[in-house]
Design a binder for this molecule. Sequence first.
Ligand code: C2O
Ligand code: CU
Ligand code: CU
Length: 485
Amino acid sequence: MLSRRQLLQSLIAAMALPTQILQAKGLLPHRFIVPPLAQSRREGNDLFFDLNIQAGLSRFFSNATTKTWGINMPFLGETLRANKGDRVHINVKNSLPETTTLHWHGMKLPAREDGGPHQPVAPNATWLSEFDIIQPAATTWYHSHQLHRTGSQVYKGLAGLFIIDDKEADALHLPSEYGVDDFPVVIQDRTFQRDGSFSYVRSMRDRVMGKTGNVILVNGVVKPTLTTNKPLIRLRILNGSNSRIYQLAFDDKRSFHIIGSDGGLLEKPLKSNSVQLAPGERAEVLVDISDGGVPTLINQPNQNSRRLEPSGMMQMMAAPDKRFSIFQIDARGVDKIQATIPDNLVVHQKTDMQVSQKRHLKLQAQMGPAMMSGRGLSINGKRMDMNRIDEIVKAGSLEVWTVTNSSMMPHPLHIHNAQFKIIGKQGRILEHETGFKDTVLLEPRGSMQLLIHFPDYKDEKRPYMYHCHNLEHEDQGMMGQFLVV
Ligand code: C2O
Ligand code: CU
Ligand code: CU
């Protein structure tokens, strides 16, 4: 039995609980920043953007500045937004001292507009990329794709979001007010030197496993707090890190609904309390915070993950997957109205086409001296060669690609100009893996079958890429080229 005094004390404690918890946990110190929408000029269905790739200075900590790169801003890029059916005309100016590119990751588009390594933009030059948006509402992104320099250029900040809207998605009345109840969440990890500058690849471990950092940024801010009064918010999460894989969850174990994958909305919201994202992958989630809570999104290493334990040299070099916080939501001032989540989202039309071709991509890592000298990673035994075409695909055709990872490390495979379905996987198909994908994580020794319907765009000369989206792996040549003819 509680005494009167104990009862009184526990009542007072209960009343004071919110602040006490906050003090104990410490509200994360920085304000959540939403990258501004890029200005555009519309003429009917034609939408014109001007992008300037520029150097700048950023302040991630109060006592130091960092030299960074960005697109129309000092670090990261403004968010592009267009409708399905629009034709975008993007004028890309390179104001950097080195050659770069801007690749539209997740877009179906002609090869010459892709912004891959075959569309370099020299210092002071401009590149005009023009294409029709032929795919449904989705959260796609863009980033540098300069040969051998993608890792370092993205690390400095050359990445941003490209959101596609369409009527079908609008009709669902999902939270869609940008920066109000619909938030981009670009998660990246960085290492800083004492003087505030970024520290890029410096060790054998960084080269072999990919660069990971010990500071987590969300939209370029260290562990921010997002204050909102909306009971239901939508997060468009991009893992924009070079190599780190996240298992995202909330510290109060609340569940959320996954509504979208790389290529757009799922057929139905899928309830979950975690979502795994490898570099390049996106997930859209709805979070019900009508309880006025203060949850923190954390990285929660998955105890029962099927990822094989690294062994040998891998064990020595694998970063221990720790629990850490990413950003916080402060919904204490929430409007206490019920959040409603639709039962159904969109229908993914099944194709009745015949599969015309099967291909096999073998992701391989050769350990020992080859790996140490940066030549150990390959696809089908080959390293990237700008002058070699690896595969030739027929435009408009349906193909099945079997991807196997024979190595002891995970590799996120990305294919340009495609949104595919996973039709087979060794291990559990995750919630967001049921949707359209352009990037998928191959676990060590894992395999997948991908059903890919290629768009009608043809180009006899200019290839698209497929590659590991661990950017250090990509830069070491874990990439191949395919033509669509
Ligand atoms: Cu996100 Cu080929 O890249
Ligand atoms: Cu891409
Ligand atoms: Cu890889």
